[in-house]
Design a protein around this ligand. Structure first.
Ligand SMILES: Cc1cc2nc3c(=O)[nH]c(=O)nc-3n(C[C@H](O)[C@H](O)[C@H](O)COP(=O)(O)O)c2cc1C
Length: 203
């Protein structure tokens, strides 16, 4: 092979490497943007499921506040609260709470609390509870989670914030009390957190 051929081969290899790297970089960037956009859409769908669109007029996905780790919210790190507003007036706060004591570990929840401390709604957004037992916390599997709508710390009274097996008013599931017990406790604790921080959550 002449030195000219070697030089040409080297040049080709170099161009090939540059173009290849460029294609990978562009694909990665496009995919990343698509993932971020998908996550945003899923989040918005979850938030809108808790609050009817006509109840707010702000960009709720970006109206956020970082909250430090809190035992009441079940968080070990900072978490995000989303704020819903209408005509610049606070409407509701949606907390990312965690029930730490599900049957199979943490249950991630979105918990919407209206300004007056009543519940807009609760959704389980991530969990590993057992299919057919604990997973009926998902709205697509049962309407159990809707039983929280409109509840507050005075409805029922604090002592009744428990599953029926523990003397409270919330239904448990057949053969599965651990999952609903964990969620009832975390929803109640989130309402207590809201009560303690209502003045600052919307600032
Ligand atoms: C394989 C297996 C999976 C289970 N998964 C769940 C579950 O996801 N959620 C739950 O509450 N209980 C689950 N249980 C049942 C719990 O072990 C427990 O018996 C039930 O929640 C009643 O709890 P209690 O005695 O505190 O009322 C599961 C049991 C087995 C054997």
């Amino acid at each position: 092979m002449s030195s000219r051929q070697i030089l040409l081969s080297g040049l080709f290899l170099w161009i090939f490497a540059i173009v290849g790297t460029g294609i990978v970089a562009v694909t990665e960037e496009t995919t990343r943007e698509r993932i971020v956009e998908n996550e945003r859409r899923i989040l918005l769908r979850n938030l809108n499921a808790l609050l009817p669109v006509e109840e707010l007029d702000n960009d709720i996905v970006n109206d956020i506040k970082n909250l430090p780790a809190s035992k009441l919210l079940g968080t070990e790190l900072d978490s995000i609260v989303y704020r819903a507003r209408l005509n610049d007036e606070p409407v509701a706060a949606i907390f990312n709470s965690i029930a730490p004591n599900g049957y199979n570990g943490k249950i991630h929840l979105l918990i919407g609390v209206y300004r007056d401390g009543s519940l807009a709604g609760v959704r389980a957004i991530r969990h590993r509870e057992t299919p057919g037992l604990g997973d009926v916390i998902e709205l697509r599997k049962s309407d159990w989670v809707l039983g929280f709508n409109g509840r507050s710390l005075t409805n029922p009274q604090p002592d009744d914030w428990a599953v029926k097996k523990d003397g409270g008013i919330f239904e448990q599931f057949t053969g599965a009390t651990i999952t609903p017990r964990a969620i009832v406790q975390t929803v109640k604790n989130t309402l207590i957190y809201y009560k303690q921080h209502a003045n600052t959550v919307f600032n």
